[in-house]
Write a new protein. Structure first.
Length: 337
């Protein structure tokens, strides 16, 4: 999916929150800068030269995007900090005004932020292209070659999948015992649960993620999604059983569907639904380059901690987790409960 970084704040922030991609970028782009307080920083004059634009253009972008740039490492030096910087940067501040009492400088992250905003600069455009390539390569490297099952790298995934499977059994047992409908009731009510949670049925979800026919869609779902599905399945099983006992007969499929519709609108589920929709929409766009159009309003930048969660040292492939003695011990305890 083509990304226009100049117009998409969450796409810009997804890159800037990805410390692994930024480390690669700083190494491979080799933009230079001045060493200050343990990291490379850049003056406005250096960025004028780097991007081939005028001083007024840089100033305009700073003014129009000040909050975003400050959030990503644009800082204003004054007093002691400025004096220390002038000593280190002696000879590079000729056009910055050596007698100035304040000076804005850009950390590497803020330089990239500005490059993703600048539309007048061919140099910035070229940097954006290289940066996107670095992000793609870093994701592939950290995720073991593909991102289809990046959800499984989360240390919470296996336990969530195991628990969901047990609640799924209670759900199907309740449908068998208390709902008077043909075999299609399982798939139809499952799709209804998916629609309630993330506004897509199984086929729509499969198409968004470009899954193969033999891929199990729950194998690609994040732990929070699986947990909410399990909550819906457990709650629906309970309500169906209660309603059937109250009426003294099996429910029709329509009656079971009505119970689910009421559950979706219950205030208890509202914060969880918003949270899950936001996580699914935002993570899939960032990690899988997959847009859930029906959840587009929920897309946000992925927080820095999420990159550590799915790409960091604690993240592991499913095969690695299944061979981990600590993971096996957790499953043993769950099984014995």
């Amino acid at each position: 999916m083509a990304k226009d970084l100049t117009t998409s704040p969450h796409d810009r922030q997804n890159i800037l929150n990805n410390s692994y991609a930024l480390n690669h970028a700083e190494k491979h782009l080799a933009l230079g800068g001045i060493e200050f307080n343990g990291e490379k920083v850049f003056t406005k004059n250096q960025l004028v030269e780097l991007f081939g634009v005028g001083d007024a253009t840089i100033e305009r972008y700073i003014t129009n995007n000040i909050d975003e740039l400050k959030n990503n490492g644009y800082i204003v030096l004054k007093g002691r900090n400025l004096r220390e910087f002038k000593e280190i940067a002696d000879g590079t501040l000729i056009n910055e005004g050596t007698k100035t009492s304040i000076l804005g400088i850009f950390k590497f992250r803020a330089v990239l932020n500005l490059a993703m905003l600048l539309v007048e600069s061919e140099q910035a455009k070229a940097l954006r292209t290289r940066l996107l390539d670095i992000v793609i390569d870093t994701l592939a490297e950290r995720a073991g070659g593909q991102t289809k099952f990046i959800n499984q790298r989360d240390e919470d995934y296996l336990v969530a999948a195991f628990k969901e499977e047990s609640y799924r059994k209670k759900f199907t047992d309740a449908l068998n015992e208390y709902v008077d409908a043909n075999g299609w009731k399982f798939g139809k009510l499952t799709n209804a649960i998916y629609q309630s949670i993330f506004h897509e049925n199984a086929n729509e979800y499969r198409n968004v993620l470009k899954l193969h026919q033999n891929d199990k869609i729950r194998d690609t779902m994040y732990s929070e999604v699986l947990t909410l599905i399990a909550s819906f399945e457990a709650g629906l099983a309970h309500e169906i059983k209660e309603k059937s006992a109250q009426l003294g007969r099996k429910l029709t499929y329509k009656e079971a569907e009505t119970i689910l519709a009421k559950m979706e609108k219950h205030p208890l589920y509202e914060p969880m639904l918003v949270d899950v929709r936001t996580k699914m929409a935002s993570r899939d766009l960032c990690f899988r380059d997959a847009l859930h159009e029906k959840l587009e309003a929920y897309v946000r930048a992925v927080p820095e901690g999420e990159f550590e969660r799915f790409l960091g040292e604690k993240s592991k492939s499913l095969e690695e987790r299944l061979n981990d003695p600590e993971t096996l011990e957790v499953f043993k305890r769950l099984k014995d409960r």
